[in-house]
Design a protein around this ligand. Structure first.
Ligand code: UGA
Length: 436
């Protein structure tokens, strides 16, 4: 099928590459000229494990090309996938300006029957509004469906081919089948429903996962109060198949471009619909609190933080990505700077992005994690990069100065080893160590 994909962020670019890899002919539209230039030169502007191989293959075969011209791209397309940004406006509202602009362009340039597939995360009700405002108004036959993505950054390719379900929401009969056909090589349950329910599935999925994380973080905080151990508690709770092991990793809380934005958006959506979503409000509040608890732990171990040197290992919101959006490390660094700390930060991939966030040299960025810890009283492990977990911590300690605090924000280090090495070890909810 000839498909136009609009937007080449994490979702759009992965979708474009994978659909081209399945044999579809894809034109991807990008209006940021820097990004477009990179893509046309064969350079991927984001880091996503494994994507480069597929990208080079499908662009080399001529199955994926890039343009900034929607009109031109639509000429031969029977389907258009929208994957543009829907960022937060800060108060929970979702900025739909890019979605609206694209919808306007589509109805301006469409010259043949078209299926519009929305992959951007949009609040429940948006699809019906877009149809009323734009797509149902043109003489041409335009069908509209919502087809959410459940891809994780860093694991997007794996998730594309191994998804738990493909969701297609639409109010026009028969249209779901056409969209299902583009996924004919993916074995997964394909669930069809009305438009607004599909939009709700996306928010409810992210909000539920965020709820699991905040729940386990509260249990971890309580473990510290009562002298229990979150590792054994979470693992054993997760053995109940009704609960499951995933998303029970206590730590500094969730970050990224999705959970923080989508939980706030769902809270706002509830509010404007006259419903107080108390549970979700608590999830958001607990998540913000985890970062402050981390700073408080440093204060407890170091006393006044002013003029202390602290290394922050990990800037990305999780390992295997260069994305620092809403990353716990960034908030923690903000707090530390305001306390007068000299912050030395390291990350295998995210330093360039972090430099843009802290442009005034208030943070020293150092690629080598050993060097970053030089002369520091404390180290915060903010992202559980495998390379950091496997560091030679005896060597790290030699480079640090007393009192040798390690704040393990992801409960990823061997705490017994750390204590044997002479660190003051602080985890999240790891107050008791059970020796078998
Ligand atoms: C998330 C969802 O997992 C995807 O299904 C969804 O498609 C995507 O949002 C989206 O809406 O686009 P992502 O943001 O890439 O994917 O990251 P996750 O791997 O889900 O992690 C989110 C955050 O939760 C990270 O900061 C991670 O460190 C944290 N987390 C995760 C925990 O603190 N504990 C856990 O047990 C799991």
């Amino acid at each position: 099928m000839n498909i136009t994909v609009i937007g080449t962020g994490y979702v759009g670019l992965v979708a474009a590459c994978c659909l081209a890899n399945s044999g579809h002919q894809i034109v991807a539209v990008e209006n940021n000229m820097d990004k477009l230039g990179q893509l046309q030169k064969g350079v991927i502007p984001i880091y996503e494990e494994g994507l480069d191989g597929i990208f080079q293959k499908v662009t080399g075969d001529g199955r994926l090309s890039f343009t900034d011209n929607i009109k031109e791209a639509l000429v031969n397309s029977t389907m258009v996938i929208i994957a543009v940004g829907t960022p937060s406006l800060g108060d929970g509202r979702v900025d739909l300006s890019q979605v609206n602009d694209v919808a306007k362009s589509i109805v301006t340039y469409v010259e043949r029957p078209l299926t519009v597939v929305m992959k951007s995360t949009v609040p429940p009700g948006t699809g019906r509004l877009l149809c009323d405002r734009y797509f149902d108004k043109v003489g041409m036959n335009i069908s509209y469906v919502f087809n959410p993505e459940f891809l994780r950054e860093g694991k997007a390719l794996y998730d594309w081919y191994n998804t738990d379900r493909i969701v297609i929401g639409g109010d026009q009969p028969g249209i779901a089948q056409q969209v299902m056909d583009i996924y004919s090589d993916i074995e997964a349950p394909k669930v069809c429903m009305d438009l607004t329910s599909a939009e709700m599935v996306k928010y409810a999925s992210n909000a539920f996962l965020a709820t699991k994380i905040s729940f386990i973080n509260e249990i971890a905080n309580l473990c510290e109060k009562v002298g229990a151990d979150i590792d054994i508690v979470a693992t054993t709770v997760g053995m109940d198949q009704r609960i499951g092991q995933s998303f029970l990793q206590a730590g500094l809380g969730y970050g990224g471009s999705c959970f923080p934005k989508d939980t706030k958006a769902l809270d706002y959506i509830a509010l404007v619909n006259g419903y107080k979503f108390s549970l979700l409000k608590a999830v958001i509040e607990v998540n913000a609190g985890q970062r402050i608890i981390a700073v408080r732990k440093l204060m407890e171990s170091l006393g006044c933080l002013t003029n202390k040197k602290i290394a922050v290992l990990g800037l990305a919101f999780k390992p295997n990505t260069d994305d620092i959006r809403e990353a716990p490390a960034i908030d923690i660094i903000d707090h530390l700077i305001s306390e007068g700390v000299q912050v030395r930060a390291s990350d295998p991939l995210a330093i360039d992005n972090a430099r843009k966030r802290f442009p005034n040299q208030v943070v020293e960025f150092i690629y080598d994690p050993y060097e970053a810890c030089e002369g520091c009283e404390a180290v915060v492990l903010a992202t559980e990069w495998e390379d950091y977990v496997k560091l030679n911590w005896a060597d790290i300690k030699k480079r640090m100065v007393s009192p040798y605090v390690v704040l393990d924000g992801r409960n990823s280090l061997d705490r017994q080893l750390m204590q044997e090495l002479g660190f003051i070890y602080r985890g999240i909810g790891r107050s008791y160590q059970y020796n078998k």
